[in-house]
Write a new protein. Sequence first.
Length: 277
Amino acid sequence: MKLFATLLIAISAIITPATAAFAQNFDHTYAAYDAQLKKHVKWLPDNKQSRVNYKGFAADRAELTKTLDDFSAVTPAQFATFNKEQQMAFLINAYNAFTIELILTKYPAVKSIKDLGTTFSSPWKKSFFKLLGEERNLDWVEHDKLRPTGKNIVNGGYQDPRIHVAIVCASIGCPALPPQAFTAAKLDAQLESGMVKFVGDKTRNRFADGKLQVSSIFKWFKDDFEKGYKGFGKVEDVFAKYADALSNDAAAQAQIRAKTISISYLDYDWSLNDQGR
């Protein structure tokens, strides 16, 4: 047993410096991925929705593959050395990049990400990439790691429901994929900007005739917005905070902030967020 313990200590002494060095050298600015997004993702004129040039990503597939390989190379031990914001940015960027890769596996035939599922399994449950040492699917990144509920809360969690405007499912109904990578240094501002843009997008959230019609995201993930994180104790708090984005009318804003108006949920548009369509 003493020999075994000695060997473990020796191995740790060898691995730990390498792990620390990788953590220091990992590009938390995501410069290469950021350049790809700037090249192939564009805002629409309203500056609230974006479209993805999947044809362009396909032409530059080697660059995307290198980015995905960099994500896959990060081990659990290395990930553990990242601070909270670095971990969140890593997971968000990985989710979005692997979603683009999933679309490219069948592009241009794919009209919706839902086309990539089967009768018995959704595309989000398809294990097609390696992350943090194991084969993963998109659901694992979202539900087991990023969401402020479930397993992740036991381990401290990220406790930020705004992740729902950052991870993008390649659909028009989704929040916009920004033409930039998420970074730890800018994460809070990027998440806040995402909330303002998404809530303020009249095609997905709107106030009319004294009623709120909002994205189904707020129905599907209602629990995440009712845990008290970021000041949201109930889903109505979200719209009260971003009342200015929902309406330019002072009286309407006051109604929204009163939190007494009825809320209904809009149908979700699963059409591919393709620049060419």
